[in-house]
Design a protein around this ligand. Structure first.
Ligand code: ACO
Length: 460
């Protein structure tokens, strides 16, 4: 096996030379070879040696860190966690086993797994005082707004575990975050319904416990459906990590200043919320409900292709996948299992999703742009079938992504080369100039300066 843990990736003495238009070598840049994927030009010394920086605003051509956690082969639709294909893990593993794998690099033995599960299970409850936060929110508050607020606030409850330099404290924070994310998310759901919070049940496994906290009420006996718990387990697994995506990069960026892990994960939650990222699952369902019937598909496809229309087909496209997202394939299978358990032979919304996928995959625009369904295309319809309201979809994604965020955060803190994330910029503003007294200023802003921005205030 290649040395996946080597500090720089496999390194040969191959050098890229940056040559200016006069043929002068401006910089010599070593070429790094990952264990999988494309070679990487090491530009770390570029500024020091040549006073030149690189320009890559959305990091499309930039490796922002070394990582040995997950790997995406976008051309071939492959996703690996620590080398294991997502399809195998989704079929055979449990979410906490996958969390262990992401965090510690290897699948656990039975005793390692038992210990890990015990540690997580022993931290599922939240401080009673945390319940008070919820009453400060409106009942219709979006669960993601609550989640990011409450997770950030956890740092105030666990000052004993926010020293990022102490490996033991890092570990306990990791246990706490993985354990409490389902509890806080389910509390957000219960709050919106006006139902009492349901305490975690430590005799239930992770996914079943989450469903219990979501759907049980104190007045009734609630039995978790094992097929639904299995579906939730798979949903959690496929969303657990995904290289240096927007929210993971956010967690690393915030964590790089040595902010505490609760603050770093709250930042990841905020980033995940956007409809271009984890918020797409909610956006997909809203889009499908809005489309309503198959006869409206051509109209929607036309809008998605129209450059003058900001509308995009949610659940389609990906920065890295230029092929079918393997997670979407797993999701489709899980959905069929859930439908069969529900005894439903025909779900109009799933049919609509499948037809939309079929039309898009045969459309020249989607073919030439290599736009395929991503994980969010089917995850929403599954969660809906499980009885989960739309506004909870992204919160559930956040629960799933927490072990990945934490594994990446841990890897970053433990990297001896770690420094604060501090990109350079391509400055396009005014050059240095002198202050002019207000009486002598001539407007330089033209029409823009004359426009008054009208703030609309809604108070209810
Ligand atoms: N519908 C229509 N056109 C699209 C779509 C889409 N869903 N996605 C990309 N395109 C087009 C763009 O208009 C652009 O076309 P052009 O080259 O002719 O101008 C081209 O494909 C490339 O798109 P970019 O926006 O440059 O690709 P980028 O890698 O920056 O964006 C993203 C990726 C954000 C996922 C994008 O595909 C998108 O907005 N998808 C819809 C939202 C979505 O499903 N997000 C979930 C992603 S998965 C996840 O985060 C869990």
């Amino acid at each position: 096996m290649p040395d996946a843990n080597s500090q720089n990736g496999r390194q040969e003495q191959k050098i890229y030379k940056l040559v200016d238009d006069q043929g002068k070598v401006v910089a010599e840049l070593p070429l790094l070879h990952p264990t999988l994927g494309f070679d990487v030009v090491d530009t770390r010394k570029l500024f020091q040696t040549a006073n030149i920086t690189t320009f890559d605003p959305s990091y499309g051509s930039t490796a922002s860190c070394r990582s040995s956690i997950s790997y995406v082969d976008g051309d071939n639709g492959v996703l690996l966690y620590r080398g294991y294909p997502i399809e195998e893990l989704a079929e055979k593993s449990t979410f906490l086993e996958v969390a262990y794998l992401l965090l510690f690099g290897e699948l656990p033995t039975q005793s390692e797994l038992d210990k890990f599960v015990h540690e997580i299970t022993m931290h599922t409850m939240v401080h009673e005082q945390i319940a008070n936060f919820f009453s400060g929110f409106r009942r219709d508050a979006h669960p993601m707004a609550i989640l990011l607020g409450v997770v950030g606030a956890l740092s105030a409850f666990y000052p004993d575990s926010i020293d990022v330099h102490d490996p033991q404290q890092r570990l306990i924070s990791i246990y706490r975050l993985i354990a409490k994310m389902p509890t806080i998310s389910a509390m957000a759901h219960k709050y919106s319904l006006g139902q009492p919070f349901i305490y975690p049940r430590n005799n239930l496994e992770y996914s079943a416990n989450f469903l219990h906290m979501m759907f049980a009420v104190p007045a009734e006996e609630y039995k978790v459906n094992p097929i639904f718990a299995k579906a939730m387990n798979t949903l959690f697994i496929v969303q657990a990590d995904h290289e240096q995506n927007a929210s993971t990069s956010t967690v690393r960026g915030v964590g790089s200043s040595h902010a505490n892990p609760f603050a770093s994960i709250a930042a990841g939650i905020a980033s995940l919320w956007g409809p271009l990222h984890g918020g797409a699952n909610e956006a997909v369902l809203r889009m499908l409900l809005d489309i309503g019937t198959k006869d409206r598909i051509p109209e929607v496809i036309a809008r998605a292709k129209d450059k003058n229309d900001p509308f995009r087909l949610f659940g389609f496209g990906h920065r890295v996948y230029k092929n079918y997202d393997p997670r979407a394939r797993v999701m489709k299978r899980v959905y069929e299992e859930v439908l069969s358990e529900l005894g439903v032979s025909n779900d109009p919304l799933f049919d609509l999703a499948r037809e939309l996928e079929k039309v898009a995959l045969n459309d020249e625009y989607f073919i030439s742009h290599k736009l395929y369904p991503n994980v969010d295309f089917y995850s929403g319809v599954i969660m809906r079938a499980l009885g989960i309201p739309m506004t909870m979809f992204t919160a559930i994604f956040a629960i799933a992504r927490t072990p990945g965020w934490l594994a990446q955060w841990k890897e970053m803190i433990e990297d001896p080369d770690q420094r604060i994330a501090r990109p350079r910029q391509l400055y396009t503003g005014a050059p240095r100039r002198s202050y002019v007294d207000v009486k002598h200023r001539v407007s330089q802003n033209g029409a823009a300066a004359g426009k008054q921005i009208k703030a609309e205030v809604h108070e209810t």
